[in-house]
Write a protein that binds this ligand. Structure first.
Ligand code: DGY
Length: 312
């Protein structure tokens, strides 16, 4: 890409409206085409909007399949505006020589904060309480009203002790929790059997797909709370609903869903469930930092430098 870079103006396609810093970094030197945000583009839609691109910044929901990656040989770099890249066929990208980058590091603290927010909202019944006050227009203090569960002294089981899992552990310890963790690939049985709260922080891979299925849920303590801020398909959502309905699970707080953007209808009417719209990293600071990383890597690549966060 470096050779001839002076002679030719590359086109960078933004598949969504990212924080303005992305355009600011790129617009001076490249043509930038920004498309409106579409949370669920089809392969064909993506092929159409990438047809003009030499480079792209993509959403975690953009299906970058082999067919899409093969559709325009001019595209040499794709910067995924996310730390996760399970939406991309990496083998195909490698074979086609397309560089893929992601945005690690900058969303660790925001996601860990949000995990704690979900743990507290769930165990202290915050969403239920909010709904009650809005619906009744009243606030009544009663000794036995809306009792939750204290987290102090409880055991938090963290599945996936990477950057985010470790940051969650530090916060949980500050709340007086006992923390146990497992790395990907290690046995989770002891963690599942002894944790009062289980929080998931692994990437979605073929190995972690449905890692929390009916059998894993059955191994958990009765009354356990399950938190997922990682990727929806790590949990078998129907099995989760069964375990919630049977009372085996005390509750669940989810920021991600198996068939995003769809949400399992069974979850919608459950009181002991907190449902967030995939906002674990959604602070202005964090999303801007993600956009800066993605755009900087595209800029570097098109200028003949190595991107800093390549995953292929
Ligand atoms: C990611 O970056 O993978 C997150 O899910 C976005 O919040």
């Amino acid at each position: 890409m470096a050779d001839g870079a002076e002679a030719m103006k590359y086109t960078v396609v933004l598949t969504a409206a990212y924080p303005p810093v992305a355009r600011e970094i790129l617009a001076g030197e490249f043509d930038v085409i920004e498309h409106p945000t579409e949370p669920q583009r089809t392969e064909d839609e993506l092929i159409t909007i990438l047809s003009e691109a030499d480079a792209a910044i993509t959403l975690l929901s953009d299906p970058l399949t082999r067919r899409v990656l093969e559709s325009n040989p001019n595209v040499r770099i794709i910067a995924n505006h996310a730390v996760g890249y399970n939406n991309i066929d990496l083998d195909a990208a490698r074979e086609l020589g397309i560089t893929i980058t992601n945005t690690p590091g900058v969303l660790t603290e925001a996601t860990a904060d949000f995990t704690m927010a979900l743990i507290l909202a769930l165990t202290r019944r915050l969403v239920e309480g909010d709904r009650e006050v809005r619906e009744s227009g009243r606030c009544i203090w009663e000794p036995l009203h809306m009792l939750g569960t204290s987290i102090q002294g409880k055991r938090l089981g963290i599945i996936g002790i990477g950057r985010i899992g470790t940051a969650v552990a530090a916060r949980a310890k500050a709340f007086g929790m006992e923390v146990v963790g497992v790395r990907r690939g290690n046995s989770m049985d002891a963690l599942l059997a002894t944790s009062d709260i289980v929080s998931i922080h692994t990437p979605l891979t073929p190995e972690t797909h449905h890692m929390i299925d009916a059998s894993a849920l059955a191994k958990m303590k009765r009354g356990v709370f399950v938190i997922n801020t990682a990727r929806g398909p790590i949990i078998d959502e129907n099995a989760l609903c069964d375990a919630l309905e049977s009372g085996h699970l005390g509750g669940a707080a989810l920021d991600v869903y198996e068939f995003e953007p769809a949400v399992n209808r069974r979850l919608l009417s459950m009181k002991n469930v907190v449902l967030a719209p995939h906002i674990g990293s959604a602070t202005l600071e964090t999303r801007s930092a993600m956009a800066r990383i993605a755009a900087t890597d595209v800029h570097r690549f098109l200028k003949g430098q190595k991107p800093l966060h390549a995953v292929t």
